[in-house]
Design a protein around this ligand. Structure first.
Ligand SMILES: Cc1cc2nc3c(=O)[nH]c(=O)nc-3n(C[C@H](O)[C@H](O)[C@H](O)COP(=O)(O)OP(=O)(O)OC[C@H]3O[C@@H](n4cnc5c(N)ncnc54)[C@H](O)[C@@H]3O)c2cc1C
Length: 265
């Protein structure tokens, strides 16, 4: 495919049967800013099927990781689940996306809100700071809080464990996982509810006030809409809230929005 290169699947690490981290070795090193996304795809019956995915890995990782949810009726993701290590996919070497850390602002608090896979761009940012600090590079990370929502704990899995380690290690970082369906996890000690249910509480508790904070919302469009409304009531201005919607929700009959942030993404 013109303007595309190939990358090889190294490994798929499953969180659930329909949620996994795919690790690829690209033909050429991929240059990107943490928070950006890459476009990957296939050619099927002469037709290109291309989809964007936030990059979960850091630019300092040797390979590229993507956190992907299977959409059973989708065109690309069912195919991704058939891939075996060694199989190849196309990727566009030109990396895009604006959900990157807004470092040049006067606001040095960053409130990052995600539904399941929407955590990928944020983890890329945190991992990059972690590697830079390990290498003793002179970086001063700003104050960052990730609020990560899922239905079940298994959707958080080893990614939550990684972020919990950073939370324990660094004063500048707070990780708050929350699950909306706790009945399957009676031992769960963390937050219960959708991510937007706990947003205001954590923003207030940690002092992420509108005068010093940039907010980010990534993943499910229903969640993003709710987060924007909640933060605007907390005096955030529209331009202080960055967003990346992973898909759009079809309008229900009668013109109402069929959104529900209970879903994944
Ligand atoms: C900037 C950007 C970054 C993205 N990053 C990620 C990422 O890191 N991880 C990830 O898994 N996805 C991500 N997505 C979504 C991804 O690009 C695809 O849309 C998704 O994987 C479905 O592709 P598909 O071809 O299987 O389904 P499609 O054939 O594209 O979609 C079939 C139908 O399912 C709907 N749909 C698509 N995704 C979902 C979903 N998650 N839940 C419910 N319905 C859905 C579509 O709107 C459509 O109606 C991102 C999207 C954007 C715009």
């Amino acid at each position: 495919m013109k303007n595309f290169l190939q990358m090889e699947l190294i490994e798929r690490r499953d969180l659930t049967e329909d949620l996994a981290v795919f690790r690829f070795r690209p033909e050429q090193p991929v240059e990107f800013i943490p928070g950006q996304y890459m476009t990957i795809g296939i050619e099927k019956e002469g037709k290109k099927i291309l989809r964007p995915y936030s990059i979960l890995s850091s630019p300092l990782d040797p390979e590229v990781e993507l956190l992907i949810e299977l959409v059973p009726q989708g065109q690309l993701t069912p195919f991704l689940w058939t891939l075996k290590p060694g199989d190849r996919l196309w990727y566009r070497p030109r990396i895009l996306g604006k959900l990157v850390l807004q470092e040049d602002s006067n606001r040095n608090h960053h409130l990052m809100v995600a539904t399941v896979t929407g955590v990928a761009p944020y983890l890329s940012i945190i991992r990059t700071f972690h590697y830079q600090l390990q290498r003793r590079e002179s970086v001063t990370p700003p104050r960052i809080c990730i609020l990560h929502g899922a239905s079940y704990t298994r959707e958080l899995g080893f990614l939550a464990e990684e972020m919990q380690r950073y939370d324990q290690q660094y004063d500048w970082f707070t990780y708050v996982p929350t699950i909306s369906r706790p009945s399957e996890n009676p031992d769960w000690q963390g937050e219960i509810g959708r991510v937007e249910d706990v947003l205001r509480k954590w923003a207030d508790t940690l002092g992420f006030t509108a005068d010093k904070t940039i907010a980010y919302a990534c993943g499910h469009p229903g969640m993003i809409q709710n987060v924007k409304e909640i933060l605007q009531r907390a005096r955030f201005e529209r331009q202080q809230i960055k967003e990346e919607r992973y898909f759009t929700i079809p309008r229900a009959k009668g013109g109402t929005d069929a959104s529900s942030a209970a879903g994944r993404a």
